[in-house]
Design a protein around this ligand. Structure first.
Ligand SMILES: [Zn+2]
Length: 65
């Protein structure tokens, strides 16, 4: 069974490498390190190789920014 595609990107505040499931592309997520709210990049612009040591982020509720 294949894993879901993963989007990887860096927090623009603390530059920590983050990853989210591709289904969260464009959604708001919170950096676990500095708590900055970021938007996950759209698919195709970032690497998709899963890396186990990077925590996956949880999506934030819409309209709660
Ligand atoms: Zn950060």
């Amino acid at each position: 069974m294949n894993r879901a595609p993963i989007l990887r990107f860096r927090c623009r505040c603390c530059e920590r490498l983050l990853q989210v499931p591709e289904e969260l592309a464009g959604r708001a997520v919170r950096c676990p390190a500095c708590l900055l709210v970021l938007h996950a990049p759209p698919p195709g612009l970032v690497e998709v190789t899963p890396v186990d040591e990077i925590p996956e982020l949880e999506p934030l509720p819409e309209g709660n920014l």
